[in-house]
Design a protein around this ligand. Sequence first.
Ligand code: S3P
Length: 428
Amino acid sequence: MSSVELVPVTKGLQGVIEVPGDKSISHRSVIFASLSEGTSKITNFLTGEDCLRTVEVFRNFGVEIEREEDTLVVHGKGIASLKEPISPLNFGNSGTTARLMSGVLAGLPYFSTAYGDASLSKRPMDRVVMPLKEMGAEISGRQEASYLPLAFAGTTLTGKVHHMTIKSAQVKSALLLAGLLAEGTTTVIENGRTRNHTEMLLPQFGVEVSIEGSEIHIEGGQQPQASELRVPGDISSAAFFLTAAAITPDSELIIKNVGLNPTRNGVIQALELMGAEIEAVPHTYIGKEPVGDIKVSYSILNAITLEGDLIANLIDEIPIIALAATQAEGTTVVKDAKELRVKETDRVEAVAYNLNQLGAKVETREDGLVIHGPTPLHGGEVDSYGDHRIGMMGAIASLISTAPVTIKDKDCINISYPNFFDHLYQVL
Ligand code: S3P
């Protein structure tokens, strides 16, 4: 297994970087383009392992997808021209591929099977399988199709009203995609705001989606049309460098062209509440997505409580916010974040175990974390458990540790941020 030893820094971080394209938008762009009629061009596509899984899935359906570095050209021929995949579809480590594609596979008139790696095979699929079955989907697998591998019979789906019981953009998106392929109208009623990239991007591909408060409606039988788009920088990747600058004395970083969608920018709010000097100004829109530059400098931080609706807005950033909290004055509490336990790894346990290994004082709760700060970090070993965001949290912790930090299984960082270490060395 690959590991890397990172030594503490002797000066602040300085510079200007541009993080890779947004993971959620990259997945959606290739799905929508592959279902479309016509040639779509997607630039700044995230070439991390997860998004490339989604690309491979559609190549298995016979869609011609060319890739040159971070530009994809997708030659869509419409939903009706997709071909039945001849081999099982490999979702790798990608929860977004697994959930969103389940909606698509359930509604296409083909037989398909799908599997994932050891981590993905332990993550719950019943959250999408159950509502899809209510639309008429035939999906089979272990424990009533609660886990991958799964088999999809490909049946005619009927539109339905879904009342969401968990806050999950993946589930919402799976149901909207199934709705696109279903007969009649599908409505998803959210029980809290989650990232809205699916609803924002589908209209750019010519699909009508209507939104009334927390209700999203989609009419089945619409044929998406090709589009061109540039994927904004991923705020979830930027979060590692925002935190790095906020906790490392004498730092000032500018991160350019980051997506600032209000359903995703909770990390900026959290760092602001902690007293970080951070400024995020949208300067343009890509489609309906606001994009801007973020400037952040070192500050003395204070503890905060994160809970309620804000959690869905920063769910992927909790590991790195927890690291910031180890340097904040007082006790930081993270509540209502039970979903952390079913991510690429159990992130409640992984964050607490690794930060405590480095000298922090972190307690676990069923639905979150309690972090007592400030504590100096003394270095040691961080086990990423194959989870990209835990690996990057450990790498940023090394900057402020008094001795080196070794990251076990560093290669998992390629899942969402292939040039993470290049950027890290660039700002040191
Ligand atoms: C995502 C939604 C979130 C997030 C994941 C990406 C998406 O998951 O954690 O990294 O692209 O829709 P949930 O839908 O499980 O909250």
